[in-house]
Design a protein. Structure first.
Length: 160
């Protein structure tokens, strides 16, 4: 298990090499990399430009919550390893925000657990996002669609 909360950027290739090095039981790795978009809105149509996003968190509490989410994924799926890297600080469009990687002997466990992790990170990780736009700064509100995505995992204990 590796959970990192950091200001600095990460190299996805180097992180995945470190995750899998010497682990011949791994049959597949699923990854998700999240980036800062250059607009506010679902598809950019009619959206407002984003100049930057500042992510804030509570050190210590954030890591504990990410570790709890990771532990829940391990209870639900047979995982060889998990990696979660989440950045904080001021980020600009195109910057990487998050890397989630799950390694398992079987692809279904890798895919489902990665999907679960990003859904729960989006709604349960204690990060606050402040967007800078030409119209000023504003805090990013929780979205019903994110809550709906996370809720689909409620009551499921085996990823089924």
């Amino acid at each position: 298990m590796t959970v990192k909360v950091q200001r600095e950027d990460f190299d996805p290739g180097a992180e995945l090499d470190a995750l899998t090095r010497g682990k011949t039981s791994i049959g597949g790795v699923t990854t998700f990399i999240g980036y800062v978009r250059d607009y506010v809105g679902k598809d950019g149509a009619g959206g407002e430009a984003v100049r930057a996003m500042t992510l804030e968190h509570y050190p210590g509490m954030t890591e504990r919550q990410l570790e709890a989410i990771e532990a829940e994924a391990r209870k639900r799926w047979p995982l060889d390893d998990v990696l979660v890297i989440h950045r904080y600080g001021r980020l600009e469009p195109g910057d990487r925000i998050v890397l989630v990687a799950t390694a398992s002997a079987h692809r279904q466990a890798a895919f489902e657990s990665c999907h679960f992790l990003i859904d729960w990170l989006k709604t349960r990780a204690p990060f606050w996002k402040l967007e800078e736009t030409p119209g000023g700064e504003h805090w990013v509100e929780a979205k019903d669609s994110d809550d709906d995505a996370a809720a689909r995992w409620e009551g499921q204990s085996d990823g089924a």
